[in-house]
Design a protein around this ligand. Structure first.
Ligand code: SF4
Length: 385
């Protein structure tokens, strides 16, 4: 899983801002699917890709990974999704690409679509399973059942995918620790290569937050949620998954290369509304409104809403707190080669305190979270922000 190439070749992210229906907990940028809107989006996206292709050097156009996320990319027609992949291949250099992921939701994939994606070069599928319980899926406003999620996993395998991931959410309103454990066991029995498990974030202004405020649903008990986090580590590790990032587990060699690029603070280009980029030492974010994004691109401008250049101090802090999210920890020699400074010469005080509190450990040229530190990650990261 090593790869200094994450520093040399960028990751490309494409945001597809359409879904069949908005889930109750969602605050991502996504619109209800509409064929005409999709056509306008596709032409703006192709134009944005051309802008960057005309600006990046040959070397900078090399991509190590492509990740098509959303939204629900698979709610697009097969030919529209394949078109996205083809114009990315046309405008950038994907000759040495290691991973092409498409996010998929149950209820929006079939054998024909998945086979076409596989043929177009996609080698990884990430499926939004979220929960195994009909009750919780309904409370979340998901459009599918758990059986449809299982069917999506099976269909992906039949279509030739041997790198399939599932996303799960724990800490759901009214969820018990027993329910979560049996869900994890069920999902771990599906033969997946990758499992992500995130605690539910109740975002202000979402229908779910409204139902909780109105007393229609009660939030999960905090202690139960902490127990679910620990259970996840125990169960998935026992099933042979390698815990490689706070919320992510993979069979050996199946870690998500694109996300590893983010955690190693590598460069990436984000295309589409609300997509973020980190290039040329600057972080920038695209317009999140689809209308403003299209307007900007169609008038010949980059659809950038905000940008900030990263000075060395910020880049070092980001490299530390992103790197510490990885269970293998931060490679101290890589840091020194990248910035010409030792981590401890800059953050010695914070590191000593966190080591003293039993949250960090120095081992084999790396600085990493202890088991306790994994559970209290936010406390550790806040020291470096
Ligand atoms: S499928 Fe994902 S992006 Fe779409 S509404 Fe649901 S949570 Fe949001």
């Amino acid at each position: 899983m090593a790869g200094n190439d994450v520093y040399n070749a960028m990751g490309i992210y494409v945001h597809v801002p359409f879904c069949i229906k908005k889930c109750y907990y969602c605050d991502f940028v996504s619109y209800v699917y509409d064929r005409e809107k999709v056509q306008r989006y596709l032409s703006a996206l192709a134009r944005e890709a051309r802008f960057y292709a005309g600006m990046l050097t040959r070397e900078e156009k090399r991509a190590a990974t492509l990740y098509i996320g959303g939204g629900t990319p698979t709610c697009l027609a097969t030919e529209d999704l394949v078109e996205i992949i083809n114009f990315i291949i046309k405008h950038f250099d994907l000759s040495a690409v290691r991973e092409i992921t498409v996010e998929a939701n149950p209820g929006t994939v079939d054998r024909e679509k998945l086979t076409a994606l596989r043929r177009a070069g996609v080698n990884r599928i990430s499926i939004g399973v979220q929960s195994c319980s009909g009750k919780h899926l309904c409370n979340l406003g998901r459009i599918h059942t758990f059986s449809q999620a299982v069917e999506a996993v099976e269909t992906a395998a039949e279509a030739g995918f041997d790198n399939i991931g599932a996303d799960l959410i724990f800490g759901l309103p009214g969820q018990s620790t027993g329910e979560w454990k049996s869900c994890l066991n069920a999902v771990a029995g599906l033969g997946l290569q990758h499992i992500s498990a995130y605690g539910l974030q109740i975002e202000e202004g979402t229908p779910l937050a409204g139902k909780i405020a109105a007393g229609e649903l009660s939030p999960c008990d905090e202690d139960d949620e902490a127990e679910m986090f620990t259970d996840t580590m125990q169960i998935l590790r026992k099933k042979g998954y390698r815990h490689y990032e706070i919320s992510n587990y993979a069979l050996p060699g199946r870690e998500c290369q694109h996300n590893l690029g983010y955690w190693r603070n590598g460069h990436y280009l984000g295309l589409g509304p609300a997509a973020h980029s980190y290039l040329w030492g600057a972080r920038f974010a695209n317009e999140s409104s689809l209308g403003l994004y299209e307007e900007s691109v169609n008038s010949g401008s980059f659809p950038i809403l905000s940008a900030r250049s990263n000075n060395q101090e910020t880049a070092m802090a980001e490299t530390v707190f992103l790197g510490l999210r990885l269970i293998e920890g931060l490679n101290l020699e890589d840091f020194r080669l990248r910035f010409g400074k030792d981590v401890e010469s800059i953050y010695g005080e914070q590191v000593n305190k966190l080591v003293g509190d039993g949250l960090l450990i120095r081992r084999q040229g790396r600085l990493r979270l202890t088991e306790r530190g994994i559970a209290l990650g936010n406390r550790v990261f806040s020291e470096f922000v």
